[in-house]
Design a protein around this ligand. Structure first.
Ligand code: ZN
Length: 248
């Protein structure tokens, strides 16, 4: 089983009737619900208002893939927790940054760039699958029309993606690298742009398919957390000199 933790700021749902109308149980529980429909995935949720943001060592120890949704309160996440999450990714945990999580502390730590972009609300998007043989694109059509979505436009200040799976086109003329993959240390990272809180994007079956695929892609093949990455002087595996051979 792949153990997923869905982390959500959980503020918009409390502050906006529109958002609460679209995601009555919160964005995290919407994501939990379609992930939980898969036989190989188990899901827990965590939010900003939970103790330690819901991300204790015990929870992270028990997480194969962490999904992150945040928008208006990135700064409220303590640096210590962000650093711990980034380290877990280096140790092998998968990390999926959704929508405005491009500005979340853990994602910025993992990318090492500003992760800035241009934006505008109230646009419509056509999301193009540009790498149909990638595991995250499995079963996803050549393009998906999203009737209302926030425009995110280039330049997106990220390191060059190792694999680019989706490109978003917006009615205003902009384009965006909407689905990007990287490896950081032993962990896999996927950034996925759609998912503004006032749009019902996470109710779209194709968007759900992409996030389900991303969980399977990002999950470590085996538990490799806390692998010693030593920096120590070691003896050679093989004999280096004749003199050594005589000793043996
Ligand atoms: Zn947004």
């Amino acid at each position: 089983m792949i153990k997923v933790t869905v982390w959500n700021e959980g503020l918009h749902e409390k502050l906006s009737k529109t958002v609460a109308g679209i995601y009555p149980a919160g964005i995290h529980n919407c994501i939990k619900s379609f992930l939980s429909s898969q036989e190989d995935i188990v899901v827990r949720t965590a939010t900003l208002s939970d103790k330690k943001c819901g991300l204790s060592d015990e929870v992270l120890d028990d997480t194969d893939v962490l999904i992150w949704w945040g928008h208006m309160a990135h700064e409220k996440v303590p640096d210590k927790i962000a650093a711990k999450v980034a380290q877990r990714v280096l140790d092998g945990m998968g990390f999926i940054a959704l929508h405005s999580a491009h500005y979340s502390k853990p994602f910025k730590l993992l990318m090492g760039t500003s992760c800035s972009l241009n934006w505008r609300e109230g646009d419509r998007e056509r999301l193009w699958t540009v790498n149909p043989s990638h595991p995250i694109a499995k079963g996803v059509p050549p393009f998906i029309n999203i009737p209302v979505e926030e425009m995110y436009g280039e330049r997106f200040d990220i390191p060059e993606p190792e694999q680019l799976v989706f490109i978003g086109w917006f009615a205003g003329g902009e384009v965006f690298r909407s689905g990007c993959c990287w490896q950081r240390g032993l962990g896999r990272v996927f950034y996925f742009q759609p998912g503004h809180e006032t749009n019902p994007t996470y109710h779209d079956e194709n968007i759900q398919r992409i996030i389900i695929n991303a969980v399977r892609w990002a999950a470590p093949c085996r538990k490799v957390f806390n692998v010693p990455t030593g920096h120590s002087k070691i003896s050679p595996e093989e004999r280096l000199h004749e003199a050594d051979a005589k000793k043996h």
